[in-house]
Design a binder for this molecule. Structure first.
Ligand code: IPE
Ligand code: IPE
Ligand code: MG
Length: 258
């Protein structure tokens, strides 16, 4: 890993001294938020979209470079049909309503996750979001939709196996970089910080490969309650972590010392 891979921005915005380059969010707890209020799960998801808007604005303000959000997992298709439909409807509306504001804010949208078998209108919407914002240079908002890390790694293995079968690649050339280069995140740096709301402490098939050296912060709040203060609290905790990457001391303190 090159030194530049874990360069972080020092900023005084909102008092945070070390801002991770890439923050990933597991937006969990919409259903429980709704249940606690006697509301249908859909209402939790609807309020979850509002929390997502707050998260994007906060990431821009904090000058985070990459924000990845887990919006729908490959396994979420096994939820009841009506819930899946309502989640797809919300994604549809989010892109329809928010794309121009994202574009105005210089946000570049990227989508990760399997594209095969998606309904043509969803596929078109995702492509539109990427194409419209492709030249933007501000925050990169990575939307993980129909995303499963094991499926992503299996697809990379398949692509490499095909190259070997065609004689274009030798088995000994397959290393970690060769696999990284065939993931959906090929040109995106690994997440520095993964935040999960709702108190659950698991990855649920999110960025398994890319999370090798990520820091984790588990927040007890439910996703619809997420706001800038919650993000700042996670960043504050992150700033106190010592990242070593297998070494004796952290590249961060080595840099400060030199
Ligand atoms: C997160 O909230 C949204 C998605 C997974 C799409 P949940 O719907 O998982 O809410 P809980 O975990 O049941 O509370
Ligand atoms: C993970 O949450 C997926 C998203 C946040 C989109 P889940 O609610 O689906 O995860 P589990 O089932 O609790 O592990
Ligand atoms: Mg959940």
């Amino acid at each position: 890993m090159a030194e530049g891979d874990f360069l972080e921005m020092a900023t005084t915005t909102l008092g945070i001294t070390i801002v991770p380059r890439h923050v990933a969010l597991i937006m969990d707890g919409n259903g429980r938020w709704a249940a606690a209020r006697g509301l249908p799960r859909f209402e939790g998801h609807r309020r979850g979209v509002e929390a997502l808007r707050r998260a994007v604005r906060a990431a821009i303000e904090l000058r985070i470079s990459y924000l990845t959000v887990y919006s729908f997992s490959a396994e979420n298709w096994s939820r009841p049909r009506e819930e899946v439909q309502s989640l797809l409807g919300l994604l549809h509306r989010f892109i329809r309503n928010d794309l121009s504001e994202l574009h105005d804010n210089n946000v570049r949208v990227r989508v990760i996750g399997a594209r095969e078998d998606l309904a043509p209108e969803i596929l078109a919407l995702l492509k539109e979001a990427e194409q419209v914002t492709a030249a933007n240079t501000g925050l990169t908002l990575v939307v993980a939709f129909n995303y499963g890390a094991r499926q992503e790694i299996a697809a990379a293995a398949r692509a490499l196996a095909e190259m070997v079968a065609e004689g274009r690649l030798a088995p000994h050339e397959i290393d970690a970089d060769a696999i990284s280069a065939r993931l959906d995140t090929a040109d995106i740096p690994d997440p520095d910080l993964i935040i999960r709301t709702s108190g659950e402490q698991r990855l649920s098939n999110f960025l398994l490969w890319q999370a090798a050296y990520a820091e984790f912060v588990f927040l007890p709040i439910l996703w619809p309650d997420f706001d800038q203060a919650a993000l700042v609290s996670a960043l504050e905790e992150y700033a106190h972590r010592e990242r070593r990457f297998g070494r004796v001391e952290s590249p961060r303190s080595a840099k400060t010392a030199s």
